[in-house]
Design a protein around this ligand. Structure first.
Ligand code: ADP
Length: 269
């Protein structure tokens, strides 16, 4: 089992996980960047194979606090990957239409088809996180959702979807630094949202909500990984390594060529 994978049926305490941790890398940052380049090449090859084979469905879920690095992770990991066959689905405040349905309706529609990798930028986990912290619905309603989510993810897994879930774990101090950058650096100012300051005040409530969500839904078929995410280079290295390791285990193969392929050589003008 991977060092950052959360075991099934344990009670997670996020305080025990250091967002600055770099324990899986024993060399310097520059060497890690070289290794990441190597892993990216592997991922490009694996994704090409996955697309060609057209059997596997892969769902990657990214959750984080504001400024946690979801966008940067997506950019970094899928740099160079064939955009055909990879898709990002971002989940915002539900639209009026989405609100008229159950919370998994909009999610299920975005799950991957054969040969596809889909990255969820936020997900159905918002429905046990923001919804709980802001008391948008009754406790009795969101408390039932952990079991519903386990069943939903089991259904996807049984039907051939590989699910990998990442919580990008940053510290409250790191978030402050990142918000300050959004005030100081002109190219980042567009990202600043005064609402983020209000959300930050609820940090403790969010941590509790994340601890429960991760503890109650990390399963063998849809495991959660808590990734130390204060350092972007380490976050990208660990996540890319996990994804490539999971894909390698799929033993994918290119489809067989048509019969008598050679004979077509002479048929070419
Ligand atoms: P992001 O922070 O992901 O880059 P935004 O700044 O547009 O994107 O934030 C999206 C917002 O939508 C977040 O505040 C998130 O909590 C909220 N959201 C997502 N899903 C839900 C949901 N099911 N119910 C309520 N709010 C949601």
């Amino acid at each position: 089992m991977h060092a950052y994978q959360i075991k099934e049926n344990i009670k997670l305490t996020l305080k025990e996980y250091d967002p600055n941790d770099t324990k899986l890398w024993d060399s310097d940052k520059k060497a890690a960047k070289n290794k990441l380049e190597d892993l990216r090449k592997q991922l490009i090859d694996l994704q090409r194979l996955l697309y060609a084979e057209h059997k596997q469905k892969v769902l990657i879920i990214l959750q984080a606090m504001d400024s946690g690095g979801k966008d940067g992770t997506i950019r970094s990991i899928f740099k160079g990957v064939n955009p055909q066959g990879v898709r990002v689905a971002s989940f915002k405040v539900p639209t009026p239409e989405e609100s008229k349905h159950d919370y998994l309706w909009r999610i299920h529609k975005q799950t991957p088809r054969s040969g596809e990798i889909v990255i969820f930028n936020r997900s159905h986990y918002e429905d046990v996180l923001v919804v709980r912290v802001h008391q948008l619905i009754a406790d009795t309603v969101w408390k039932k959702r952990y079991e519903q989510i386990r069943h939903f993810e089991k259904l996807l897994a049984d039907e051939g979807t590989t699910i990998i879930k990442f919580f990008l774990h940053i510290s409250k101090d790191e978030q402050k630094e990142r918000f300050l950058e959004r005030i100081d650096i002109p190219e980042k100012q567009w990202k600043f949202n005064p609402r983020d300051i209000e959300e930050r005040k609820l940090w403790g409530n969010y941590m509790q909500a994340y601890e429960d969500a991760i503890s109650k839904t990390s399963t063998s078929y849809a495991p959660w990984y808590v990734i130390p995410a204060n350092r972007n280079w380490y976050r990208d290295y660990v996540i890319t390594k996990i994804i490539t390791d999971v894909l390698k285990k799929k033993n994918m193969t290119y489809p067989n060529p048509v019969e008598d392929l050679e004979k077509y050589r002479t048929a070419l003008d």
